[in-house]
Design a protein. Sequence first.
Length: 476
Amino acid sequence: MSGKSSGTAAITRRAFLAGAASTAGAALLAACGGSGSSSTATPAATSAVSATGAAPAGSPTRAAGSVTVGATTAASSAPTVATSGAKVSGSVSMWVYPLLGEDQSKNESLWSGIVKDFTTQNPGVKVDVQVLPWANRDDKLTTALAGNKGPDVCYINEDQIAQHVEAGTMTPLDDYLSAEERNDYLQNALASATYKGKLYTAPILLTSTTIVYNTKLFKDAGVDTYPTTWDELIQVAPKFKEKGLFATSYTGALDQSLNLSYYPLLWQADGKILNDDGTAAFNSPQGLDALSFVTKLFSEGYTDKNEAITRPAEGQSNLDLSKAATGLTIDNSGAQRLAKEWGTGVTKIGAPLKNKKQISYGTVAGFGLFSSQKSKDASVAWIRYLTSPTVAKQIILPGSYFPTKKSIGALYGSDPILGEFEKILPMMRGGQLHPKARQVISTLAPEIQASFLGKKSPQQALADGEKAVNSLIKQG
């Protein structure tokens, strides 16, 4: 993984696996759910390319399915950004994932340009960036780190942090970021990157989810106010049902992450997923309120029970087909797609529904420093460079993501969709920080679904879920 010589820049891209994320929204979904199949294959060796575009002597041959580009293939656009007061040297390897969808050239160009600009300013540092598929990324990273073959720096989501900290493979960043840098972060971004009181990633981007209204269906149903609370949605729901429409679309399929379904409602009820000691906390009055609310949506026919069983194909949900008036946890890319499908002026973006709290889910992704790194100063300088406001915007804007730093300011004020999502960023929170956070989702989801389908009462479903999750946690 280390570079072949200092002062050169290289970037390697793996061929995408079938089903890799194709949009920023798909990247969000990949971040929210389980890790997919249990493949444990680590990335094969890849060839390094010097700043002149030639492979250094003695470098490995190109791996099958990989694409290699020299840093000179992309135009440099980042201005000078100070990374530290002292010169740094060494090599840095980093793993990232396709933030810009399936377009190979866009992902390669983004990172080639950034690497070239950094190494121009830091000629003693060699940076190797690998853009790997989203599929099975958790297993690949864990296995590589266990074999001391992992990257020095990696792009990871907030719910991946705990497992790597507990495995002893991550290094906290508290000693490497100044107070000024820390204070520049949005509080919810900083909180999601902090585990057991220590900061483990430098946040780079946020995503956002909230309620989206189809204003044409509201007009067709004779509803002239847009619900902002659970009670208000229940109150207007019968009017949509009378017109043969669903009041909302709620995907309860088992391959749908609870981060995008039940969890936001649990937080809106002021509930918690886990207690501080790691035991289940959702079997509570707040958890019952949230599950009873969703179960009522299904039992009264206000949402489609078929979507409690099978996740619709993209473009085929009741929302896409203008059969549901609202979506409760739609991300920004999903809202952009719906706006195209529904037509001009039909899409309205609201703040998250309110019960006791007004809150929803947003992924917080950042760059983590791993304990296997061999050039700490160079790795830290690279992370600080990537998260500096000027360079961060280069990473954020092409994928329509949102910034984690206050100094970057609003990026989408004139955009009717993204501008509205940007306003509600302080209402977002990341996923549960626990080594088994994603396993908790897959363990609890069948119980939540059983309540939707009427197979169990909400009370029984939560009690059974609590027992199963606590058993999972005790396994260590």
